[in-house]
Design a protein around this ligand. Structure first.
Ligand SMILES: *[C@@H]1O[C@H](CO)[C@@H](O)[C@H](O)[C@H]1NC(C)=O
Ligand SMILES: *[C@@H]1O[C@H](CO)[C@@H](O)[C@H](O)[C@H]1NC(C)=O
Ligand SMILES: *[C@@H]1O[C@H](CO)[C@@H](O)[C@H](O)[C@H]1NC(C)=O
Ligand SMILES: *[C@@H]1O[C@H](CO)[C@@H](O)[C@H](O)[C@H]1NC(C)=O
Length: 236
């Protein structure tokens, strides 16, 4: 019984996926097969899984952003989302080139991951984060002082998908809402629990770039007050 319910659920999920992702292509290339990290990617992850995760993560982002209609979504360049595994000699794990809907995963990071079975979880989490950058509004703003909000939303999606990373801060940690990445993500999670759909509304406002006033308009309280309440919930 349990099994057949699960099979049915996954069939429905695949059907839904095919429908919502129709017309989009998810293209993965491993351009680092001569490096240890690129080889490990092929062994422990693989191009096929990566294509599937890009599609699933895209559907997940649209759900978080409350964009059931394709017309609501930010368009992807040439209707495709690309992922290239490359060796990049920096400490960057992955990045997304906004003008190309293209994600680069650093093979050097894959090579550095320690622990059996960790590649699957950590790379999937990273792909949820980077795919969020493909779909979120307002990326014209990222080079400015507000990159924290875009990184925070991307980590919020990763968190909601169940892929919070072991190297993240704990909920309630940090000294300001704009410390970016997981600090911001846990705070957005707090706001979204208070008002379900908060992050969807915030994403919509980011079309015009970020303003502190977005919090006041959506939550009815200034961001400073929300942050104080959030810290208080975790004992200051
Ligand atoms: C593939 O790797 C080569 C050498 O590292 C690099 O020059 C090239 O730009 C890469 N191609 C892509 C699509 O990233
Ligand atoms: C990475 O760059 C550093 C210095 O910039 C260099 O010493 C090192 O050999 C490079 N590593 C690889 C694998 O290319
Ligand atoms: C991988 O580890 C090496 C050696 O510790 C370090 O120099 C490099 O920055 C790391 N790369 C990434 C992407 O984490
Ligand atoms: C999602 O969007 C619809 C309109 O497109 C709106 O009616 C609904 O309230 C939104 N849901 C949330 C949780 O914000």
């Amino acid at each position: 019984m349990q099994l057949s319910t699960r099979v049915l659920a996954s069939l429905l999920a695949v059907a839904g996926l095919a429908a919502t992702a129709a017309g989009l292509r998810f293209e993965v290339t491993n351009n680092a097969t001569t490096t240890p990290g690129g080889q490990r990617f092929d062994r422990e992850y693989g191009v096929g899984l990566a294509e599937q995760v890009l599609a699933e993560a895209s559907c997940f982002v649209w759900k978080i952003f409350n964009q059931s209609l394709p017309a609501d979504r930010r368009p992807a360049v040439d209707d495709r989302v690309k992922l290239v595994v490359n060796f990049v000699n920096t400490s960057i794990l992955a990045f997304e080139r906004d003008s190309e809907s293209s994600i680069t995963l650093n093979a050097g990071y894959v090579n550095n991951i320690t622990g059996d079975g960790e590649v699957r979880t950590l790379v999937t989490g990273l792909l949820y984060h980077e795919v969020t950058h493909v779909w979120q509004w307002g990326q014209q703003d990222t080079s400015s002082a507000h990159s924290w909000v875009y990184e925070g939303v991307a980590d919020f999606v990763r968190l909601r998908a169940g892929y919070a990373a072991p190297y993240w801060v704990q909920p309630g940690q940090g000294s300001s809402w704009d410390e970016s990445y997981s600090t911001t993500a846990w705070f957005l999670h707090y706001c979204d629990e208070l008002r379900p759909g908060f992050v969807a509304a915030l994403n919509e406002k980011l079309k015009d770039g970020y303003s502190d006033d977005d919090f006041l308009q959506i939550m009815g309280k200034p961001v400073q007050v929300l942050w104080r309440d959030y810290k208080a919930k975790y004992g200051g």
